[in-house]
Design a protein around this ligand. Structure first.
Ligand code: ZN
Length: 640
């Protein structure tokens, strides 16, 4: 455990700013590190596209904010200036003036007069007139994406994908296409001018041409360092797409990309997700650069190689076991750079491409971004949540030391082995359990993981260093299933989501069953409830017992058994405990949304040539945002 690395640097409003580390970068060759460097520059070069896509005033507002932050000579400690900085940080975080999640426009907590004074103090008064209405008129372009039935979604949404057209016109324009395969409209702005409706395509020489030629220049640099010839072809196709704007080329690129599964470095770069458009035609620009996590791959390979051993030793009826099992090896990656719509807020897993016809014919590629999850966990470990809800000092120690590894191995066992284990009796199908199928299936995979994480086999295989990892995972699972996950529900809500239901069902079943033997004790101290595990071995036995029962329910298609188990243990919430948990959680003041500061890559030059790249981890969000705002220069102007 590293004490000196600061995972969370600050918190403002409902946002916390975190950092992630890229340990895999250190073990790359200089050649691979240079590849990462060029891909990272390509990932940052398209940032302005996204800002403009989100709203047509965003770049102007950003210019005003940047000028003030850089040059304002006046008092920076006043209340109003602090409010101004909070507003600026929120805008930087959201890549525009609308909240990244709720889509609502931010409301500044400083006055118009103050904003005008700030701008005139930095000699940029002209920016006031251009941004005033966007910043201060709450009704004007109030929501980035509007999804309310019965309104014109295109005119009501404040995004910048359409100019002068109505929803009906858009639907007519794209609806008449007949049988086409390409994702029509994905990479263009639809414009109505002088009664004519046409697309302005995003490409080199077209709309966003300047930013895209920067992206292309960096990608061309990267091409020489690609992991293999196939990946070189992937990059060539992407460059070709940015040059032509031809969506058939984009599809060819997507197919080549998804088929490349052996490169140690991978990337996403393009117009990808359509959540920013109410009609889901237009894609926002994003990029992620990733490195294969060899250690994690090694772990899942060990489990997958021994899949049959786990199946044979499972504590379930022999009739419900498979005679052949194949484990799944996960593609676990470490993020090296986030850009566009994946920064500062980012997903933790990605499955692409989105084009349905490609998925059907060629499949898709799925990656989990492991170092991002790890950073979330590290930040959570100092959020005070563990200290507030852990029942003993021993629990805190275990979780601090082994919690992250424990949850990772749990996920590996759940995904690589759990879901693939067991079989149905002849004639029984998944339909038998009806609406309880997915929660039973999740419970089964979780129980498989919980039972095996404490098996000596895991230490023997070198997957975990000691049984303490399993103990840490047991503590976290019980604490989360009985208390912490309730923070996601509002008062009086029931559990609806399958994973949440299954976690509470398992945790409260083992609590009940082990109550007489004192396996888990419910303790109340100073009016606060805790669950303390006293007998880990007995708890493992209970997980095994429940695994046998849940496997039976699935294999036999016992609907009544599934219903009884889930309805008794996994749906209702103890209202008093829920209220208590909500109050304790609120008192901690944990922000619900998080995003990241990127690492920084610095070329090492020798005789005017790039020979290696160094990584560093900046700690100030605003500084990084200002640096990204400086014009992204082309590689040749920087001597590469
Ligand atoms: Zn699952």
């Amino acid at each position: 455990m590293e004490k000196e690395f600061v995972w969370q640097t600050e918190q403002f409003d409902d946002i916390k700013i975190l950092r992630y580390r890229v340990p895999a970068f250190e073990s790359l060759s200089p050649r691979e590190r240079i590849f990462i460097y060029y891909l990272s520059r390509a990932a940052l070069a398209g940032r302005d596209i996204l800002w403009d896509q989100n709203n047509r005033y965003n770049l102007k507002v950003r210019e005003a904010l940047e000028r003030i932050i850089r040059d304002y000579p006046g008092d920076r400690n006043s209340d109003e200036f602090r409010q101004f900085i909070v507003y600026a940080k929120k805008v930087f975080f959201a890549n525009g003036v609308h909240h990244h999640y709720s889509m609502d426009k931010f409301r500044p907590a400083f006055s118009k007069a103050y904003f005008r004074d700030l701008l005139s103090a930095v000699g940029a008064s002209e920016l006031y007139a251009e941004t005033e209405r966007m910043v201060f008129d709450a009704e004007y372009m109030a929501k980035r994406v509007v999804l309310d039935e019965g309104t014109d979604l295109i005119r009501a949404s404040a995004n910048n994908y359409y100019v002068g057209v109505s929803q009906e016109e858009v639907e007519r324009f794209y609806g008449d296409a007949g049988e086409v395969q390409v994702s029509r409209g994905l990479n263009s702005t639809l414009v109505k001018e002088n009664g004519r409706i046409f697309e302005r395509v995003w490409k080199v020489g077209g709309l966003y041409g300047e930013a895209l030629s920067e992206v292309v220049a960096w990608l061309e640099k990267a091409m020489d360092y690609a992991c293999n010839a196939r990946q070189q072809e992937v990059i060539r196709l992407l460059v070709d797409f940015y040059r032509t704007g031809d969506l058939e080329v984009f599809d060819a690129y997507s197919i080549a990309w998804l088929q490349d599964t052996d490169s140690s470095i991978d990337f996403i770069n393009g117009f990808i997700e359509v959540y920013g458009d109410a009609l889901a035609y237009k894609a926002s620009w994003e990029s992620v650069v990733e490195i294969v996590d060899r250690e994690a791959g090694e772990r899942t390979r060990k489990l997958a190689d021994n899949a049959l051993w786990f199946e044979r030793h499972a504590p379930v009826d022999e009739r419900f076991k498979r005679s052949e099992v194949k484990g799944v090896t996960a593609r676990v990656m470490q993020v090296a750079m986030l850009g566009g719509d994946c920064h500062p807020a980012t997903p933790i897993g990605i499955n692409l491409p989105n084009a349905e016809w490609i998925r059907e014919r060629y499949g898709s590629k799925s990656v989990t971004l492991d170092n991002i999850t790890y950073a979330y966990e590290q930040a959570a470990s100092v959020s005070g949540v563990l200290e507030e809800f852990a029942g003993s000092e021993e629990e805190k120690r275990l979780v601090r030391e082994y919690g992250a590894l424990g949850s990772r191995v749990h996920t590996d066992l759940h995904e690589c082995l759990g879901h693939g284990s067991g079989r149905m009796l002849p004639g029984v199908t998944a339909e038998a359990l009806r609406s309880y199928y997915s929660v039973i299936e999740e419970a089964r995979a979780d129980l498989f993981a919980l039972y095996y994480i404490m098996d000596p086999k895991l230490v023997e295989l070198g997957v975990i260093p000691s049984e303490e990892v399993a103990r840490a995972e047991y503590c976290s699972y019980i604490r989360n299933g009985l208390m912490v996950q309730l923070t996601r529900l509002k008062p009086d809500e029931k559990l609806e989501e399958a994973h949440m239901r299954n976690r509470q069902a398992i945790a409260s079943w083992v609590f009940e069953q082990g109550r007489e033997d004192g396996v888990i004790e419910r303790v109340v101290r100073d009016g606060k409830t805790f669950f303390v595990i006293h007998d880990f071995k007995a708890l493992r036995g209970l997980f095994g017992q429940l695994l046998a029962e849940v496997q039976r329910i699935k294999s036999e298609g016992d609907y009544e058994g599934a219903r009884r188990f889930i309805e008794t243990y996994g749906v209702k919430v103890d209202a008093r405990l829920h209220q208590e948990v909500l109050e304790r959680y609120e008192a901690l003041g944990v922000a619900p949304y998080a995003g990241f500061i990127n690492p920084e890559y610095t070329p090492v030059m020798k005789d005017g040539k790039i020979v290696d790249v160094e990584i560093s981890y900046p700690a100030d969000f605003l500084t990084q945002m200002l640096e990204y705002g400086e014009k992204n220069r082309r590689p040749e102007s920087q001597g590469y």
